[in-house]
Unconditional design. Structure first.
Length: 131
């Protein structure tokens, strides 16, 4: 479930909560399985609490990830993020979510979204995508 997957402000990648202390969490990186403490003063957000701006309101991140998963047939991205330009990123997201808010969603956020998808797929969290 996306509820268990965390994003930590200032740190790249995705994490899962392992344990909780009095004033901190112990989280484990999905990419390298390293565990680190995260103090309560740091901003920690569950993927299930994130949504994507559209012209009609917000769409939960899980729905967007599910649409990417459907487009890619549950596999890794067909788009090469290291070579993709702004127009390619926007075209890709428009294919998945046609009414995304082009003024409020910047290319770096599209890259982050697509990298999250890649991490979830690469680390066996395929079932988590969209739930």
């Amino acid at each position: 479930m996306l509820k268990e997957i965390l994003v930590i402000s200032g740190k790249s990648g995705l994490y899962k909560r392992v344990s909780r202390g009095k004033n901190f969490l112990i989280v484990e990186s999905l990419t390298d399985n390293k565990r680190i403490p995260v103090h309560m003063s740091e901003k920690v957000i569950s993927l299930s609490d994130i949504s994507v701006f559209t012209d009609d309101g917000d769409v939960p991140l899980g729905e967007v990830l599910a649409k990417i998963k459907e487009r890619e047939d549950g596999k890794t991205l067909s788009l090469d993020l290291s070579k993709a330009g702004t127009d390619e990123l926007r075209d890709y997201l428009a294919d998945v979510l046609p009414n995304f808010d082009r003024e409020r969603i910047y290319p770096k956020e599209i890259i982050k979204l697509l990298k999250w998808y890649e991490i979830l797929i690469a680390h066996g969290k395929v079932a988590s995508v969209g739930s």
